[in-house]
Design a binder for this molecule. Structure first.
Ligand code: ASP
Length: 315
């Protein structure tokens, strides 16, 4: 079987305000560079799983986004990273939570999935697995950037003990050029197989030990060849309670909805009433792409085989 591949990724959602094209250019470039990594896999007849992992690893290495290098800080001044992957062909999945020394948490999630003994693994054990598998291990300070530290101080001064969604800014600094976010990707390969991956530093000022939606199957990451692949970004607690990734799948599977309607209605009807904010990228088994969000913006890129790569931040 050879179908046209389809791919979409996000770099987070939030109350991003338009600035000037010059300030936005690096984000568009980074999204394109990560997409190119996925396209290299997909155009060589590679798997959707490899494509989403390569794209997410590229964004983890980029300090512009809240994953890997450049991740947000926890309340105690450390970083705890979460990542998840899911293979729509087999429904195999892997998620790591609270890792502090793995350069590319998405690769650790993939190793856990391949190992096949469990689906979710926390902190120390996940770090040991990553080291055993030969993944890059770094000092915790590798993830820190000066801007992120300033962001932590600002959130602590403004919100005390509350955590903040990475892209969110108060109105007075809504035009801050420093906007970053959780990253994720979905793909359908030429064989019709779907996959999803999501990676994050979580929310600024989050309590140590807090685990968000990103590594959780059916919440921030989901893939099933029967329906769709989904990667989410936003207020993680709401996405977990909404089982949002699975909600999109269920609308398609049991409600016979198409990709676009399922994604948009899941956001509006399931996440919205809980007070959740954010968005998601979805690719359907038919290759359709949907990228709904209920925040002001969501960094995103998408391409279907034969078309040009496109990137966008606002609606
Ligand atoms: N969903 C992520 C979390 O709650 C945050 C984000 O998407 O920016 O950990």
């Amino acid at each position: 079987m050879s179908l046209p591949f389809a791919f979409a990724l996000h770099g987070g959602a939030g109350t991003i305000a338009p600035t000037h094209p010059q300030a936005e250019a690096p984000y568009h470039e980074a999204l394109r560079a990560a997409t190119a990594r996925a396209l290299a896999v997909l155009a060589a007849d590679g798997s959707s799983l490899d494509a989403v992992v390569e794209a997410v690893a590229a964004l983890e290495d980029c300090p512009l986004f809240n994953a890997g290098h450049g991740a947000v800080f926890c309340a105690d001044g450390g970083h705890e990273l979460d990542a998840g992957v899911m293979d729509g062909r087999t429904l195999a999945a892997g998620g790591v939570a609270g890792v502090r020394t793995v350069r590319n948490p998405v690769r650790a999630a993939l190793e856990l999935m391949y190992e096949g003994r469990c689906v979710l693994m926390g902190a120390d054990a996940a770090e040991r697995l990553a080291a055993e598998r030969g993944l890059d291990i770094v000092e915790p300070g590798y993830f820190s950037t000066a801007h992120r530290l300033a962001q932590l101080r600002e959130v602590q001064a403004r919100r005390g003990g509350l955590a903040a969604l990475d892209h969110d800014r108060e109105p007075e600094d809504a035009d801050s050029p420093h906007r970053f976010g959780t990253v994720g990707a979905v793909a359908r390969d030429r064989h019709g197989h779907l996959a999803a991956a999501t990676s994050t530093g979580g929310m600024t000022n989050k309590p140590p030990g807090r685990i968000g939606d990103s590594p959780i199957v059916g919440a921030g990451v989901y893939a099933n060849d029967a329906t769709c692949a989904v990667s989410c970004t936003g207020t993680g607690e709401h996405f977990i309670r909404a089982c949002l990734g699975h909600d999109v799948h269920a609308r398609m599977r049991y409600g016979q909805q198409g990709t676009f309607l399922a994604a948009h209605e899941a956001l509006a009807q399931t996440l919205g009433p809980l007070g959740g904010r954010g968005g998601m990228v979805v690719v359907g088994r038919d290759g359709q792409i949907a990228m709904p969000f209920n925040s002001r913006g969501m960094y995103r890129a998408w391409v279907r085989e034969g078309d040009d790569v496109r990137t966008a931040i606002f609606a």
